[in-house]
Ligand binder design. Structure first.
Ligand SMILES: NC(=O)c1ccc[n+]([C@@H]2O[C@H](COP(=O)([O-])OP(=O)(O)OC[C@H]3O[C@@H](n4cnc5c(N)ncnc54)[C@H](OP(=O)(O)O)[C@@H]3O)[C@@H](O)[C@H]2O)c1
Length: 333
């Protein structure tokens, strides 16, 4: 099968279009014929080697974390799916590889594709949808009447997180550039701060939750938005000791992560708020809940551009520019 692979960690080199063997099917796997894949900043970070200590991969590595497609074969222990089902997934870490014609995915990571979406729209959802769900529902336990600040509302994560937070009944503030104000308002944002002209930390106060997805400076400012008892949840680092424990990282890495996060953890403690880092994980059951929210019209995908399969490198470069409005998708078939 055709696939786009990384041969060795590098920041600037292109992915290579390679002929790779079709994936082997394990007992709990479904084999998905890929129709569409989405691109995430995580793909670039893995390609550059930024994640190699936490997520070590063997080369050549087929890149890609989001898939929508049709099941063509199932393993002997698969119970929930059958050949012919249209599905989508964020395959688990260690078993990624959606920039290809086929992928084998554990059925526990898979959900039925929302019936009202095209394959391209569906592929745009799993990683960012699960990130929004796991941070806002699981980590933050966001409730009706609470206030949440979701950074970068026009980005892949932000566009879904705003809609989910509104569904949960929260008041939502976000940051965006002026050109994206209409987009984030249409997704439900109540308060929009122009990140190029205004200081959000001077405008937003008394928040229950902040979803941080930007740099260390933005993270440091975010503590001032929260009220005592508030929750600062970061998906862009620094990873904390709890993450090191969950991932069963070695002692050395545990120490490094404790060191990297000590500043923000101490600052949070002083202000009576909590800091946590979240790294999303594959979860088919949660993805099914997102399917329901999409089918009921509560959440809609936001797709900026769709690139043809041959242009996977251009799609990745476009995401690396950091200006995408919602998601960037690769049409495989
Ligand atoms: N830990 C996890 O599980 C996890 C999961 C998903 C994502 N992430 C991380 O979260 C970050 C965001 O991911 P993403 O997929 O949402 O990124 P993305 O879609 O590539 O973000 C691009 C968007 O961000 C906006 N933006 C850029 N700088 C901004 C700023 N300072 N303030 C407000 N908006 C800004 C851009 O708008 P303009 O064009 O107007 O600048 C653009 O619309 C990445 O670092 C990613 O790796 C982590």
């Amino acid at each position: 099968m055709k696939a786009f692979v990384v041969d060795k960690y590098n920041k600037n080199g292109a992915l290579r279009l390679a002929e790779m063997p079709e994936p082997d099917l394990q007992d709990n796997d479904v084999l998905i014929e890929i129709h569409a894949a989405a691109v995430n900043p995580l793909d670039s970070k893995i390609k550059s080697g930024e994640f190699k200590l936490i997520l070590p991969y063997r080369m050549p590595l087929i890149l890609g974390h989001d898939v929508a497609g049709t099941i063509v074969r199932i393993g002997p222990k698969v119970r929930k799916f059958k050949a012919g089902d249209n599905v989508y997934a964020r395959p688990r870490d260690g078993r990624i590889g959606t920039f290809a014609e086929f992928i084998a995915v554990d059925e526990a990571d898979v959900a039925l594709k929302p019936r009202n979406l095209s394959m391209e729209e569906a592929a745009s959802l799993p990683l960012v949808g699960l990130t929004a769900w796991q941070t806002l529902v699981e980590s933050a336990n966001l409730k009706k009447g609470q206030k949440v600040f979701i950074q970068a509302g026009s980005g892949g994560v932000g566009a879904i997180a705003i809609q989910l937070a509104k569904h949960l009944g929260a008041t939502v503030a976000t940051t965006a550039g002026a050109a994206n104000f209409d987009l984030v308002k249409s997704l439900g944002a109540d308060i929009v701060v122009d990140y190029r002209k205004q200081d959000f930390e001077k405008i937003l106060t008394g928040y229950d939750v902040v979803l941080n997805s930007q740099d260390a400076k933005t993270l440091a400012k975010s503590v001032h938005v929260l009220k005592p008892g508030g929750k600062l949840i970061s998906i862009s680092g620094p990873p904390d000791p709890e993450f090191a424990k969950q991932r069963r990282l070695n002692v050395m890495l545990k120490l490094v992560l404790r060191f990297l996060s000590r500043g923000i953890r101490a600052k949070a403690r002083r202000l009576g708020i909590t800091y946590s880092f979240h790294f999303m994980w594959a979860q088919g059951n949660q993805l099914s809940k997102i399917t329901s929210l999409v089918e009921s019209g509560t959440i809609r995908p936001v797709v900026d551009r769709v690139f043809p399969f041959e242009a996977a490198n251009e799609a990745l470069a476009y995401v690396e520019e950091g200006r995408a409005k919602g998601k960037v998708v690769i049409k495989v078939r």
